[in-house]
Design a protein around this ligand. Structure first.
Ligand code: PHE
Length: 487
């Protein structure tokens, strides 16, 4: 049977960009930018995207396209002897766990779409918005209903296949998203006092930048591009062999970044124009912004459009998360797409329940000191995700080899790719090192390591570094000699 796949250039770009553009761009990026002092943080973020994000995205794309398989099957096809396919299983597990709570947050957004469209949200007094939001997410039944709705919509699209589902709906939803975004941007920058917000966003103040901010930028670059969980890999397997992968990855990366910046341009000028707090954190879109809309002429209309925008961005991401799991189950367990999708969506709903309840009746139930939502988020985002990314780099850099990857990037020499050396160095060394640092930091181990290094005497440290360099040089020359001896 012929494998399903994307049928047009625009379709595959819309699908991949749809995955990358999500709550991370419109919800998280603006608020972490706000917390880390604005423009300086954005500059660092751009470097992370270009230097680490883009090369890993290309690697995932070519792994999928070369093998024409799902996340686990892909590793198996290239290296069948060793258990590298477990990396694929890890990726699928990560996508599954993330989707279980991503759908819940998307459900909050759905609830806000309904409430703003019916005019209820706009009627809430600004000082009541905090408790209004708190009441919704802690109520149990309502967030469950909306999580179910998100999963059902996603499943209906995924069930129709890649070309007739994922691609078809991405092609409709992404232009709609851009249209709404542009409209809201115009509204926001024409408010009186908007320039302060733009200044905040685009005038760098490096004194506000901290090491923590830099690491957060790096981690977010990873998340925002949907890397490390087999998504781009799976979508890559639906891309035709004659498509230019470098160009595609570049387009997705640019689209993701531009949309995140546009979301910033929607949010900050409005927040500043009404004298509100830019560093509110996660509650920025649910509590701060409704207060902005409440003051604005025709606020209810803009409010509804804004939450619709976030809802669309979230659904094109949930589609990609579900597709990773569905592709894995249909191909590895020989199940029909319909059966697999229904089964997976149902399992996801069950898994979302503990997260939902941790904002209400189960808020006191903790494992390792975390409620269920925090626990799932921590396991998936802080442990599985960096590990998945690290394994992809090691696999492409050292097992499959960057030569093979570059051959696939150029479609076997059809396209020119001038950055082979840079790409190889990044995938083999820079990206793995960066990921290890993100990982150590998110586990809270980095500061401990730095402190213990600081406490060691410089003499000792110096000699350790020299010894390490000598050892590596010796190992490399030994390996080269062995190669020559073995012909
Ligand atoms: N990249 C998406 C965003 O920015 C998040 C996401 C992560 C989507 C992982 C799918 C998978 O919101």
């Amino acid at each position: 049977m012929k494998r399903d796949g994307f049928s047009s250039k625009f379709g595959m770009l819309a699908a991949a960009a749809g995955s990358a553009i999500g709550l991370g761009n419109i919800w998280k990026f603006p608020y972490i930018t706000g917390q880390n002092g604005g423009a300086a943080f954005i500059l660092v973020y751009l470097c992370c995207i270009a230097l680490i994000g883009l090369p890993i995205m290309m690697s995932e794309f070519v792994l999928g396209r070369k093998t024409q398989a799902n996340a686990a099957g892909s590793f198996k096809k290239i290296e069948s002897e060793k258990p590298w396919f477990l990396t694929g299983h890890l990726a699928v597990a990560t996508a599954f766990i993330i989707l279980s709570f991503y759908a819940m947050i998307a459900g909050w957004v759905f609830s806000y779409i309904a409430r703003s469209a019916s005019g209820k949200l706009i009627a809430v007094a600004p000082d009541q918005l905090g408790s209004y939001f708190g009441n919704i997410i802690s109520s149990g039944a309502e967030p469950m209903f909306w999580t179910f709705a998100v999963l059902a919509v996603t499943a209906l699209i995924v069930i129709s296949g890649v070309k007739n589902g994922v691609e078809k709906y991405s092609k409709i939803l992404m232009p709609l998203l851009v249209g709404i975004l542009v409209l809201l941007m115009v509204r926001s920058v024409t408010l009186e006092g908007a320039s302060k917000g733009l200044e905040f966003l685009f005038k760098p103040d490096f004194s506000k930048l901290t090491t923590k901010g830099v690491l957060e930028a790096l981690g977010h670059a990873f998340y925002s591009l949907s890397l490390g969980m087999g998504i781009i890999l799976t979508y890559g397997s639906y891309v035709g062999s004659k498509e230019n992968i470098f160009k595609l990855a570049l387009q997705v990366t640019i689209a993701d970044t531009v949309i995140a910046l546009m979301a910033g341009v929607v949010i900050f000028p409005a927040v500043f124009a009404y004298g509100l707090e830019p560093a509110a954190g996660p509650s920025l879109i649910f509590i701060t912004l409704p207060a902005v809309f409440a003051e604005m002429p025709f606020g209810a209309v803009f409010e509804t459009l804004f939450f619709l925008l976030i809802g669309i961005a979230a659904v094109t991401s949930t589609i990609s998360l579900m597709e990773v799991v569905v592709a894995f189950v249909t191909e590895e367990f020989k199940m029909t797409r319909k059966k697999a999708t229904v089964l997976i969506a149902s399992a996801l709903f069950l898994l979302s329940i503990p997260s939902t309840l941790s904002f209400g009746v189960w808020s006191g139930v903790t494992v390792f000191g975390k409620n269920f939502f925090d626990l799932f988020d921590f396991i998936a985002s802080n442990i599985f995700l960096p590990l998945g990314g690290l394994f992809v780099c090691i696999f492409v850099g050292w097992v499959w080899g960057t030569k093979n990857a570059v051959d696939e990037i150029t479609s076997g020499g059809l396209y020119k790719f001038n950055y082979e050396r840079v790409y190889s160095v990044i995938i083999k060394f820079v990206a793995p090192a960066a990921i290890v640092v993100i990982f150590l930091n998110s586990m809270g181990w980095l500061t401990k390591i730095v402190e213990s290094i600081k406490s060691v005497s410089p003499m000792f440290l110096g000699s350790a570094v020299v010894m390490f360099v000598v050892l590596v040089t010796w190992a490399v020359s030994f390996k080269n000699r062995m190669k020559r001896v073995n012909g």
